[in-house]
Ligand binder design. Structure first.
Ligand code: HXC
Length: 288
């Protein structure tokens, strides 16, 4: 498989993030830090595998740049209805690249907007599922939390260990984790750096399902295929509406939901979905 091949070739590379990185094509073969593929029936699922195993997928600048390019390519691909983001068996991602950050000064961070391109994934309209095996630490946990759904492998571990490095989460960890698991556990994780297991993450509401390590990616693809079989435009509206729950008051959010609900009546797919039900047949959505 593309994933297996990628892991083999990756072992030949150094684990430092090269500054002479050259952008790859969305076909996948030219990326340096990720592997992309299309899976599912009609190739309707975009798969992105973080592939910098020697550094446990530490999220260096080049990796995030490639990730954003791959996300954009899948976002524009009319065949793709959902995206799966995964890493390796040992690590989804062990965080921001500490070696890249080590000598940064405040002035550098502030004036260059350090790490400001990390949240591109939150602006992708197509649903994104994070399939987390192994470590999801610091920026790795934050990246997973920027996705729409998190599935975890049985051995996954989540943490925000920035405090142990003398810093704090900087890509939404204090905000998204708190919203996902509540104040006490979020505060405990952010202040101690302690890891939680897949099981604890599920109990706390951070992940929706747990699978055996080797089944995780297939299960995430299966969920993505299910999503991709629905109307893309309606899925985007549903995603927008759920995400509004994190940004708005209940009254404002319900108002937005109602507007989006009414908007579905401007689409052919809404008419097709209800007509198919009445005619006792499967809906044939055209993303219109
Ligand atoms: C750079 C990293 C790295 C990281 C691991 N490596 N994590 N390099 N940045 N975040 C490198 C190691 O230096 C090492 O390279 C190789 O990957 C293998 O790691 P080991 O430590 O030897 O593996 P192991 O003993 O199995 O320990 C695994 C680990 C540990 C527990 C995950 O690597 C670890 O604690 N990593 C750091 C986790 C962390 O603090 N993450 C938060 C980062 S801060 P060499 O060259 O020695 O072989 C952050 C801030 C985000 O994310 C802020 C906003 C975006």
């Amino acid at each position: 498989s593309a994933i297996g091949l990628g892991l083999l070739t990756a072992t030949l590379r150094p684990n430092t993030c090269s500054s002479s990185y050259s952008p790859g094509s969305p076909g996948g073969s030219h990326f340096e830090y990720i592997i992309t593929d299309k899976k599912g029936k009609n190739h309707n699922v975009g798969l992105i595998q973080l592939n910098r195993p020697k550094a446990l997928n530490a999220l260096c600048d080049g990796l995030i740049t490639e990730l954003n390019q791959a996300l954009e390519a899948f976002e524009k691909d009319p065949a793709v209805g959902a995206i799966v983001l995964t890493g390796g068996e040992k690590a989804f991602a062990a965080g921001a690249d500490i070696k890249e950050m080590q000598n940064q000064r405040f002035q550098d961070c502030y004036s260059t907007g350090f790490l400001s391109h990390w949240d591109h994934i939150t602006r992708v309209k197509k649903p994104v599922i994070a399939a987390v095996n192994g470590y999801a630490l610091g920026g790795g946990c934050e990246l997973a939390m920027m996705c729409d759904i998190i599935y975890a492998g049985e051995k996954a571990q989540f943490a925000q260990p920035e405090i142990l490095l003398g810093t704090i989460p900087g890509a939404g960890g204090t905000q998204r984790l708190t919203r996902a698991v509540g104040k006490s556990l979020a505060m405990e994780m952010v202040l101690t750096g302690d890891r939680i297991s897949a099981q604890e993450a599920k109990e706390a509401g951070l992940v929706s399902k747990i699978f055996p390590v080797e089944k995780l990616v297939d299960e995430a693809i299966r969920c993505a295929e299910k999503i991709a079989s629905n109307s893309k435009i309606i899925s985007a509206m549903a995603k927008e509406s759920v995400n509004a729950a994190f940004e708005m008051t209940l009254t404002e959010g319900n108002k937005l939901e109602k507007k989006l609900f009414y908007s579905t009546f401007a689409t052919d797919d809404r008419k097709e979905g209800m007509t198919a039900f009445v005619e006792k047949r499967k809906a044939n959505f055209k993303d219109q």
